[in-house]
Design a binder for this molecule. Structure first.
Ligand code: NAG
Ligand code: NAG
Ligand code: NAG
Ligand code: NAG
Length: 273
């Protein structure tokens, strides 16, 4: 049986944990920019190596700038002296732009009038990984938002059915992924996977499942720490119908803090009884 003292002690602990979680939540919100007037729809984007990536940054204010000359935008990358992009007085100002970004960046002047300072980064390379800060100042408000860009290689899976075997192929993956096959009910099946690494460290993935049954649907998941390609393939006899979508993992500090406070409260209640 718990004494009154223990109950009070535990209530205090639970309150402290709840307030702590609230503070962490507030910090996380301000870190992701949700308390600033400048926001990003994705503060942890993962770009596909070689593709273009749009880094999102926009002004979330009541009054938005009406003239583009009212807006100035600075994109910076932590560790570089020159800006990634600078826009002021109604025009790009790229004299001091870091050489890494020469000819690879653009804003959208039409969107800028509405407070949207998203940056298009062309042909993303591994060196583009890192922390970016977007700063907007305008007659309609301003602020900054930070984001962390990661790079990976990922490509859609294609399927073939030949002599009783279902083969999944994906030409570009980095970091090296793993492959998991499953049946329609989600039970894991035993496939055999091989990897071929090219000269720049990108993997070609080939995985075979055998035996398979005609008109059954199989799941195939290719994933690394950043991206998962989730596919369903139905063996139709001569061919395969298939679809693939990608999911991106973004470790959330919100999730961690909520989890922490629930765990602590549960432990405390356990101690009471
Ligand atoms: C900002 O502009 C870009 C480029 O036109 C567009 O893709 C994006 O959806 C816009 N974002 C917002 C929040 O309006
Ligand atoms: C999976 O297949 C490998 C050979 O491809 C075999 O060595 C292994 O025992 C199999 N595992 C199961 C659980 O069937
Ligand atoms: C294939 O069909 C057989 C016979 O119906 C069944 O026992 C087996 O579990 C099926 N295999 C798979 C991988 O669905
Ligand atoms: C596959 O990789 C993911 C991400 O790295 C990991 O979470 C998962 O446990 C791995 N699965 C297997 C079966 O190795």
């Amino acid at each position: 049986m718990a004494t009154v003292g223990q109950i009070i002690f535990c209530s205090m602990i639970i309150l402290i944990v709840i307030f702590g979680a609230a503070i962490i939540l507030l910090l996380a919100l301000s870190f992701t920019g949700q308390l600033s007037e400048v926001m990003s729809s994705n503060v942890a984007p993962t770009a596909n190596l070689g593709d273009d990536e749009l880094l999102s940054c926009y002004l979330n204010a009541q009054t938005q700038p009406a003239r583009v000359t009212d807006v100035s935008v600075t994109w910076q990358k932590t560790g570089l002296t020159g800006p990634v992009y600078l826009y002021e007085d109604g025009a790009p100002s790229l004299g001091d732009q870091d050489p890494q970004f020469k000819g690879r960046t653009q804003l959208f002047p039409d969107a800028l009038v509405a407070g949207n300072a998203s940056l298009l980064l062309r042909s993303v390379g591994r060196g583009d990984e890192g922390d970016y800060t977007c700063t907007i100042s305008s007659s309609g408000g301003g602020g900054k938002v930070k984001m962390h860009l990661k790079t990976a290689a990922f490509s859609a899976t294609t399927f073939k059915f030949t002599s009783g075997a279902l083969t999944a192929e994906a030409p570009r993956w980095f970091p090296k992924p793993n492959v998991t096959w499953s049946d329609f009910n989600g039970n894991v099946l035993n496939g055999s996977t091989s990897f071929a690494e090219n000269s720049v460290g990108i993997f070609r993935v080939v995985s075979t499942l055998q035996p398979v049954n005609v008109s059954e649907t199989y799941g195939c998941r290719i994933e690394n720490d950043l991206v998962a390609a989730v596919s369903k393939a139905t063996v139709t006899g001569p061919g395969v119908t298939e679809n693939t979508y990608f999911t991106f993992s973004a470790a959330s500090s919100l999730m961690t803090s909520t989890h922490l406070s629930i765990t602590t409260s549960v432990l405390c209640i356990y101690y009471l009884t």
